[in-house]
Design a protein around this ligand. Structure first.
Ligand code: PLP
Length: 406
């Protein structure tokens, strides 16, 4: 491994605690990651030294807060290699980004009979806003199916594309199974068909280098809290010429150029999409999380996670009663599984007794569970602070669980 993992782990204060008298093993990173001290400190320093509303203050604190907020926008632009900071819209998170797009894109571009494509693997956040739009506009939603391993069937995707397809909305990495989708291929095919593409990057940005220009995606959404940053903040990236054409999502302060009862005109990008007082503290926390990832090197973080994922997969394959759910060729940091004869909820409860945090259930992805003929799974999802020793502890706890349930 390229970096000293102990030094890395030491940066996360929450991991020092014990749960049920065992050192905490946190394997619920797809739900939210833990935060390094530098993120916590950045948020705290904003509130202790320059808390102020931004953009419209002439006083020192407001100027300092405004500069820090706009500096983060530039930092996010560089992080995902957007071509302009005007293409970076701060939102509450991935869900908010997708709802913004579904509304604004829908109002601008979707007419009766138009089509939108999603996949069977999506999180509900990348299904329901499109269903709501289709209902509003009498458009149609189509779904790319998967094989039994949880890989998208690209030939079926090609069959679904047609001249009515306006948008393809697809996860970069599946939160339920860990499948890493071939997004570049999907984007290229969509563009050949003159359709636009949104990538839901919620499970990708902390695990692999994202370059929106290289991908050539039209929109990209992600959440700070899944990449070591705070909750309540996220990003919608969009190509400038497209964002400029879209209707605003919410009306209010900051998103306007001028207001009168006769006619209101809207502000320029990105402010047109940021109505109201923004979440300045958490924007600064997001910047610190990007600094954390860049300081450690995303390739180094990904190398740790891949090693842990491969080790866990190999260890689980040795246990007869375990069935791994989601066996795609390309995966990132998620291991979903079932234990024959034991309910996932019971497994999660017993693992918790050993201080191990996993998630059980359908992971907000009911359609893929239904496709695989199951109600849910146990999901262990990894981050840079997870170790092979922790996997060994989980394996021992699973053996104990099997003994207890017989
Ligand atoms: N998309 C994917 C793939 C996710 O994993 C999640 C959260 O788990 C979301 C969207 C929604 O993210 P948020 O709850 O941060 O808005």
């Amino acid at each position: 491994m390229g970096i000293n993992q102990q030094q890395l782990i030491a940066q996360f204060p929450i991991l020092k605690q014990q749960i049920n008298k065992y050192p905490l093993v946190y394997f619920d990173n797809a739900a939210t990651t833990q935060k390094p001290q530098m993120v916590i400190d950045r948020i705290s320093s904003y509130y202790t030294s320059f808390n102020s509303n931004i953009h419209r203050g002439v006083h020192k604190l407001s100027q300092k807060a405004t500069a820090a907020y706009e500096q983060t926008r530039i930092h996010v632009k560089d992080f995902i290699n957007a071509s302009s900071s005007k293409e970076i819209i701060f939102t509450k998170g991935t869900t908010d980004s997708i709802n913004l797009l579904a509304f604004s894109f829908g109002e601008t571009f979707i007419k009766e009979g138009d089509e939108i494509i999603v996949t069977e693997l999506e999180h509900h956040s990348n299904i329901v806003p499109w269903q709501m739009l289709c209902e509003r506009k009498k458009a149609k939603l189509h779904v790319i199916p998967v094989n039994d391993k949880g890989e998208l069937l690209l030939d079926k995707y090609a069959d679904l594309l047609n001249k009515r397809t306006r948008l393809v909305a697809i996860a970069h990495v599946s939160n339920a199974l860990g499948t890493l989708n071939p997004v570049k291929e999907i984007i290229d095919l969509a563009h050949q068909n003159k359709s636009l593409v949104l990538i839901d990057g919620a499970q990708a940005v902390a695990h692999l280098k994202v370059d929106v220009q290289e991908l050539d995606c039209d929109f990209y959404a992600f959440s700070s809290h899944k990449m070591y940053g705070p909750m309540g903040i996220g990003v919608l990236y969009g190509k400038k010429d497209l964002l400029e054409q879209l209707q605003p999502y919410q009306g209010g302060g900051e998103m306007i150029e001028s207001v009168s009862f006769e006619k209101t005109t809207y502000n320029e990008l990105p402010f047109k999409f940021e109505a109201g007082t923004p979440n300045v503290a958490d924007v600064l926390g997001l910047e610190a999380s990007i600094e954390f990832i860049q300081k450690e090197g995303i390739e180094n973080l990904a190398a740790i996670e891949n090693e842990v994922l491969n080790y866990a997969t190999a260890e689980f394959q040795k246990i007869d009663r375990i069935q791994i759910v989601g066996t795609a060729q390309n995966k990132a940091s998620v291991l979903s599984f079932l234990i024959d004869g034991i309910h996932p909820y019971d497994v999660g409860t017993i693992l918790n007794q050993f201080g191990i945090a996993v998630r059980t259930g359908n992971h907000c992805a009911e359609p893929i569970m239904k496709r695989l003929g199951i109600r849910g799974t146990i999901r262990a999802s990894f981050a840079c602070y997870n170790t092979k020793e922790e996997i060994d502890r989980m394996v021992r706890a699973i053996h104990k669980t099997i003994e207890m349930f017989g």
